[in-house]
Design a protein around this ligand. Structure first.
Ligand code: HEM
Length: 495
């Protein structure tokens, strides 16, 4: 009843995939009440140099991102305010740290409205890692929808997902079995399994085969070193933006003050390039022939999609999902197990269409993404002057200003999600599915459709369905598992 009441008072959802607007852009909730007050955006960027450095130290050291955004939201009594975000002074002189933070569902949704914002080179803010990390080319995620190449590359990504979908489910399950075999063997030897490296091996093998059509087993060097090479390549390019709260002030001095050269990881990157060139020929040629890409553009974009988008995204998301389920003490596992077995009935294998009927499993996946969005920050630059609407106010934004959405807070918006800080496994079941309009982990609502005209994650549905399939696979194999986001300590095999 309370949930229904909350829904009634909720802002109108962004248009769903069935809306004619959705094919053009993922538009924002309309400015629902024209009588909302137009206010000046609170907060300031502070004194030159002093403001940015003090905000940087708060963000990386004294507060951490969550307290950083939360405390300013409370201080300004507003979900929209001005602040600085790192990296900044002294060695990032060309990076402009000034942003407008947007922390409620309404204001956050402007980040998806390609009519009013552009997404050129703002994947991780005004700072952009050197293009030497991506073969001296600006890959899809850095392109704005108005750049023609974005359409070519986005359609290429959507197409390889569609073509790979036949092997996707098979590879996912085959590699999952290897993953769980390794965990069992660790538990029997050591009493527990710290599973991150096993998970990353599983992801690298499964994603190489299903996205790029390249089998790491054909190149033992890459099979062994691929996951670590990607970790280092990702870590090095993102280092200036990644919060590390331990070992301060050393981290500020040595890790957050300059960029590191691609040369440090170029060997591993070159191996990945040759691996895809040699073993992913079919997919590379598809990029050349059907999407008009040069061979090197196709390969650099495949490495980015495989390594940054897919492997990187799942490496953050899956430990949280496994940890949430494995550490539950409320009886959730028995409910998940019952649903999986009921829906599967006598069928031997799992399929996406079976998984779609598992309401609780899907809801647990969505709720995990809501409380722990794997990509916490999203940025977009005002394409023109426009008015930005929060739940209770309207603000004037000038062309060129950078919006910064911190998703963990937007996804705890109490005007949309009842009891927003709690993990509620059934939140998205039944009528709760309407809340999918406000689930933004993919840089767009879960009801949206990724396309060349927006910047929503190309694999929006593959990610959630794959996660549900992993949970379903687990409960066909086990009655229960115990552990947390870092390790599995016990598994009880299904009878
Ligand atoms: C858990 C896994 C994943 C997460 C959390 C994730 C998240 C995201 C997010 C937040 C964005 C938008 C970034 C921004 O512009 O601010 C994005 C973009 C993108 N993702 Fe994913 N992603 C995941 C998996 C994948 C996979 C498996 C693919 C494989 C095709 C993929 C392909 C892409 C592409 C191509 C873009 C760029 C879209 C564009 O430029 O229009 N992602 N992803």
């Amino acid at each position: 009843m309370k949930a229904m009441a909350a829904m009634m008072s909720m802002p109108p959802p962004p248009p769903s995939s069935s809306s004619p607007l959705a094919s053009q852009s993922l538009s924002v909730p309309s400015r629902q009440a024209s009588n909302l007050p137009v206010l000046t955006i609170p907060g300031s960027h502070g004194w030159p140099l002093v403001g940015p450095i003090s905000d940087r130290l708060d963000y990386f050291w004294f507060q951490g991102p969550d307290t950083f955004f939360r405390s300013r939201m409370e201080k300004h009594k507003s979900t929209v305010f001005r602040t600085n975000v790192p990296p900044s002074f002294p060695f990032f002189l060309r990076v402009n740290p000034k942003v407008i933070a947007v922390l409620d569902c309404n204001s956050f949704a402007h980040l998806f409205d390609m009519e009013v914002v552009e997404k050129k080179d703002v994947l991780v803010g005004d700072f952009m890692p050197s293009t030497s990390y991506t073969g001296d080319t600006r890959v899809c995620a850095y392109l704005d929808t108005e750049e023609p190449k974005h359409g070519q590359l986005k359609n290429f990504a959507l197409d390889i997902l569609k073509r790979g979908s036949k092997v996707w489910v098979e590879e996912l399950q085959a590699n999952l079995d290897v993953f769980f075999d390794t965990i069992e063997s660790d538990i029997s030897k050591n009493g527990s399994s710290s599973f991150l490296s096993h998970l990353q091996t599983f992801l690298f093998n499964f994603l190489s085969k299903s996205l790029v059509g390249a089998d790491p087993a054909l190149d033992p060097g890459v099979a062994n070193s691929g996951p670590l090479s990607i970790d280092l390549w990702l870590g090095l390019q993102l280092l200036p933006t990644v919060p590390i709260l331990a070992f301060q002030p050393l981290v500020e001095i040595f890790l957050h003050s300059y960029t590191y050269p691609f040369a440090l990881v170029s060997g591993g990157y070159r191996k990945l390039y040759s691996f895809i060139e040699q073993h992913g020929k079919e997919v590379v040629q598809l990029g050349e022939k059907e999407f008009g890409l040069s061979k090197s553009d196709a390969i650099h974009n495949l490495i980015f999609t495989l390594g940054f988008n897919a492997y990187g995204g799942f490496s953050v998301f899956l430990p949280t999902l496994l940890g949430t389920i494995a550490s539950d003490k409320t009886g959730l596992q028995a409910r998940l197990r019952d649903e999986v077995r009921k829906v599967c009935g006598t069928s031997t294998g799992l399929r996406f269409d079976l998984v779609k009927d598992m309401e609780l499993v899907n809801s647990v996946v969505y709720e995990t993404l809501r409380l722990n969005p794997p990509v916490q920050l999203q940025y977009a630059r005002a394409r023109k002057d426009f008015q930005l609407t929060s739940h209770d106010s309207v603000f004037d934004v000038k062309k060129g200003e950078l919006l910064c959405g911190y998703q963990p807070l937007a996804m705890r918006d109490g005007k949309v999600f009842e009891d927003p800080e709690s993990f509620k496994p059934d939140r998205f079941v039944g009528k709760g599915k309407e809340l999918l309009n406000y689930l933004f982990w993919s840089n767009g609502p879960q009801t949206g459709t990724p396309s060349e005209t927006n910047k929503q994650c190309a694999a929006k549905d593959y990610v959630t369905l794959s996660a549900s399939l992993i949970v379903a696979h687990m409960y066909r194999r086990y009655d229960s598992i115990s552990g947390d986001a870092g390790s599995i300590t016990a598994v009880e095999k299904a009878n």
